[in-house]
Design a protein around this ligand. Structure first.
Ligand SMILES: C[S@@+](CC[C@H](N)C(=O)[O-])C[C@H]1O[C@@H](n2cnc3c(N)ncnc32)[C@H](O)[C@@H]1O
Length: 203
């Protein structure tokens, strides 16, 4: 699915998403685990932040200078109301050019919507946008091979793609990151989260 079509569908459920997820603990323990690996607490960005500001709130509490990015205009507008102090980008992650290096980048249940051919360039780009010691936490489909699936959520059809866990791990390694944590956190669902850390050429 074209990312603009994904955006139009999330526009439709942005208010519902905020109401349902504003106080949700979903993914927060995993984010806290990622934060523990950080040394610098400079800039952080939540990719596909949605409207609830859940990760943004936690990152602010830990002292990061926080930014949010989402392709859905409605998601961004609602998130801005909750966090007027935060910089938001209404952008497709496929085309966004990181303006700086980050101490932490999160992409929780967002980049799994990208077309399959965008998964590798996106992963490379986000690894490259980490400062030395910076941490990247993201979720992906947990199959061993690459593939695409479709599903329905809140009356909207969405597409998902994955390169397979081993390929994501290879890409982060090629981009001077090491894997600090990989987990099937909803097993037997094929939902995986990975924590990677920029280590430079040698640790
Ligand atoms: C399932 S929601 C997750 C929201 C948030 N991460 C959370 O956990 O509450 C997926 C989000 O990813 C965003 N998204 C999907 N494709 C995107 C893209 N190509 N660029 C930026 N954001 C995207 C959607 O607009 C939506 O807000």
């Amino acid at each position: 699915m074209n990312p603009n079509d994904t955006a139009a569908r999330y526009d439709q459920i942005a208010k519902w998403w905020q109401t349902q997820h504003q106080d949700s603990s979903y993914g927060i323990a995993q984010l806290e685990r990622a934060i523990k690996f950080t040394s610098g607490r400079n800039s952080a960005i939540d990719i596909g932040c949605g409207s609830a500001g859940r990760f943004i709130r936690v990152l602010c509490q830990h002292g990061f200078q926080v930014e949010g990015l989402d392709i859905s205009t409605e998601m961004i507008n609602l998130a801005k109301q909750l966090h007027p102090e935060v910089t938001f980008y209404r952008e497709d992650i496929c085309h966004w050019v990181p303006p700086k290096l980050y101490s932490l980048i999160s992409a929780w249940d967002s980049t799994f919507h990208l077309p399959l051919n965008m998964q590798e360039p996106m992963t490379r780009k986000l690894c490259d946008a980490l400062e030395l010691g910076g941490v990247f936490i993201f979720t992906c489909g947990g199959s061993h091979t690459s593939g695409e699936i479709s599903g329905s959520f809140q009356g909207q059809d969405f597409d998902y793609s994955t390169l397979g866990v081993d390929t994501f791990l290879r890409i982060i390694t090629e981009h001077n990151c090491t894997c600090r944590h990989v987990e099937y956190d909803q097993y037997p669902e094929k939902h995986v989260y990975i924590i990677a850390q920029k280590i430079g050429v040698a640790e």
